[in-house]
Design a protein around this ligand. Structure first.
Ligand code: URA
Length: 427
């Protein structure tokens, strides 16, 4: 293989073949293809894009670099969801046990926080003893016995993506729809799924800042899933303000437990039900989304999903009855009267990192007790001094976090002309 020739081809806008992409990934993992050539190729992909067939081939090559879950002999539909992330997104904690109660098998492999966006694994690890570093055998066993499991994206799933992502992170090549698609889908498809529901976030707190980019990413990810035999659909959902009220790790687990007990905030439950409906219809368990939603709502009302979450936590070594400690709360007041006209989600994510609830580098340890509790939503009218949010602070980074939160919430004389729509369905 002449790697320089392949870089040239992509630079000039020609597609690469499946064989070429597979050889490149194999050579990259073995060390035969140096990082500088892969970095040059990644930059060429950023400028030239990729055809659907190339994205699917790159996804397959990344996926085949590691383990794929084998479900031979296990009955039931294996279905998962994936969110591109934001602040307060605790949907997986509610939806995995709820979907399992509706008869689906949910072998979820999730990530840690990435920059200002939170991660499902960090949230679950706020529960004392909860283990997420599970091997393929354990993921299979717990899925069979409990119906759902949430494990971390360790090195065994798509290890080539781990290496490529680290390189993209330092070569300004993360922001590319084909590369993001192949990266995320390689890890999801290694789960051996029958169906996948994607939650593509857009807005101030999301990776995708506008709705059109979110749609393009959703369409590219759906095309790859379908090409690889997984029934895939996507929703575009709003991340111009945190989902629910709680941001932070223990704090979000508490809100998720309340939601499982029937007391979840409206916006969170709307996303849970709409994604869950897609999971039930894609797996053939329901004929259409309204009937799927009725099943989900009835199941949530039964109390079984909360018990299912506890069963999953115990199967993963966690103590679901443990009291989750929260750091002391300190109010952030409105600097003036007016209307909440914008919330910068990314700044709220950086506030959480400053408090110690997120990472600046991979080695950082997380304090699960810190976070934010939002007291206002977009469009709310506030008085001067009225609390906008509570900072759950253990002291570390308090002033920096306070400045981030104060700067993140804009108050204006007039209410916003238009509030973002929570859910926009995919095509
Ligand atoms: N998350 C991933 O796993 N990969 C990307 O490229 C972006 C977000």
């Amino acid at each position: 293989m002449n790697v320089t020739r392949l870089i040239q081809k992509k630079r000039d806008g020609e597609p690469l073949t499946a064989e070429e992409l597979s050889a490149l990934v194999t050579g990259y993992v073995s060390g035969a293809v140096p990082e500088y050539q892969v970095a040059a190729l990644a930059m060429a992909i950023c400028f030239q894009g990729m055809e659907d067939s190339e994205i699917a081939a790159l996804t397959a090559a990344l996926m085949e670099s590691g383990e794929c879950l084998d479900w031979t002999g296990v009955d039931g539909s294996r279905v998962d969801k994936h969110s591109t992330g934001g602040q307060g997104d605790k949907v997986s904690l509610v939806l995995a046990p709820l979907a399992a109660c509706c008869g689906l098998r949910v072998p979820m492999v999730a990530g840690r926080g990435l920059g200002p966006t939170g991660g499902t694994i960090d949230k679950l690890e706020a529960i004392p003893g909860f283990r997420t570093g599970l091997g393929a055998g354990e993921i299979r066993r717990i899925t069979e016995e409990v119906g759902c499991v949430i494990a971390s994206q360790g090195g065994e799933f798509a290890p080539a993506d781990g290496k490529l992502y680290a390189l993209r992170d330092v070569t300004a090549t993360v922001a590319s729809v084909p590369l993001i698609t192949a990266s995320i889908m390689s890890k999801k498809l290694a789960e051996g799924l029958d169906a996948l529901a994607l939650d593509i976030k857009w807005g101030s707190g999301a990776f995708m800042k506008d709705i059109e980019s979110a749609r393009s990413l959703g369409a590219a990810m759906t095309a790859v899933g379908e090409r690889m035999g997984v029934r895939t659909g996507f929703l575009v959902t709003d991340m111009n303000q945190p989902l629910g009220r709680a941001v932070g790790n223990a704090n979000e687990v508490l809100e998720a437990l309340a939601a499982l007990g029937g007391d979840g905030p409206e916006d969170l439950m709307e996303v849970v039900y709409e994604l869950g409906s897609r999971m039930l219809t894609a797996s053939g368990c329901s004929d259409d989304t309204p009937s799927a939603r009725a099943v989900l709502e009835a199941e949530l009302g039964s109390g079984r999903p909360l018990e299912k979450f506890r069963e999953m936590a115990r199967a993963q070594g966690g103590d679901p009855e443990a009291d989750l400690e929260l750091a002391p709360a300190c109010e952030v007041g409105a600097p003036r009267a007016g209307y909440v006209s914008a919330i910068d989600g990314e700044a709220l994510g950086y506030a959480l990192i400053a408090l110690g609830g997120g990472r600046r580098s991979l080695e950082d340890t997380i304090d699960p007790s810190v976070g934010l509790q939002m007291r206002v939503r977009l469009g709310d009218e506030v008085e001067e001094g009225q609390p906008l949010a509570d900072l759950l602070s253990a002291g570390t980074g308090h002033d920096e976090a306070l400045a981030f939160v104060a700067g993140a919430i804009s108050i204006t004389d007039e209410p916003p002309v238009e509030l973002p729509v929570l859910i926009t369905a995919g095509p």
